[in-house]
Design a protein around this ligand. Sequence first.
Ligand code: SF4
Length: 365
Amino acid sequence: MRISKILERAKAGEQLSTQELVDLLSITDKNELQALYDCAYAIKEREVGTVAYFRGIIECSNICIKDCYYCGIRKSNRAVERFEMDEDEIFKEAVWAYKAEYGSCVIQSGERQDEEYISMIERVVKRIREATHGKLGITLSLGEQSEAVYRRWREAGAHRYLLRIETSNPELYAKFHPKDHLFETRKECLAALRRTGYQVGTGVMMGLPGQTMEDLVEDLLFLKRMDVDMVGMGPYIPHSDTPMGQEVRPYTDEQKKHALVLGLKMIAVTRIVLKDINIAAATALQALEYTGREQGLLCGANVIMPNVTETDYRPKYKLYDDKPCTDENSSLCRGCLSKRIKGIGETVGFGEWGDAPHFYKRTAK
Ligand code: SF4
């Protein structure tokens, strides 16, 4: 009864209290869960429609200067075979995404701050923009950089940037990162991205050891305060070659189910709170269950990031264990995903950038 009242108020656009958000994230009853997902879906339909936008993700290098304790490509993981695509390879994959009518591509890699890498990215972004006549949206996800670098890449033609905060709780952040990876720096980077004119996306991990429902609600309120345009968040999935993964151990089927439900609840409550932003159904959802990403769309997400990276490189870009689609080529991914999205009654926004209405509203102010 209490949950249905909260959901009624959410649907009517009323602001929910912190305790009410905790209550929504704590739902375990099957019918209440479905009511939560339905409420989020109704808000998604009203605010952003039921078109799923594709962002073709190019994982162009697994070399990283950072050492986050949860990440499979952290610099101290000697078990990873490192790779780096050259400019032509990145360009080729972006053009593939363009020809496949993906409205946007996402260039993602481990973090590097050397000039050689920075200028290579700058050149390739320019090349992609020119070759696609500015029609292929270009999102970057290349970690923490100086404001000057963000500006260079923005001027080259990138217009969106994803930088996950991972958790808005500075204590948890400190627990999962080495001492010189500062929460404040990450926050300042998000502010710099705003100043340089990007559509800014961030997100968190759910199910971190020691994380509470209250932490997750704080995460949501952080996203709201940061006035973000996009959210990409996913359940924490251990990677066995990381310090955290060795403590947590691979998930049992029961733990996978639990992580999936928590991920879906967070998507739903994010849609309820932030309404008109873009929310990605993270690939990590599919690692937990084959239909995880479609379930994400049905709970309020509206963006999917199919992998367009050369199949040979994919197994080397494993941020967590059991990452899906590492052996399917890009055309198969496109066909398979499109069919699955159609299957849940949505359409794919082929050839469209699919910017969040929130971005237009905030920039029109
Ligand atoms: S999470 Fe990002 S910054 Fe941290 S080690 Fe992995 S790729 Fe590098």
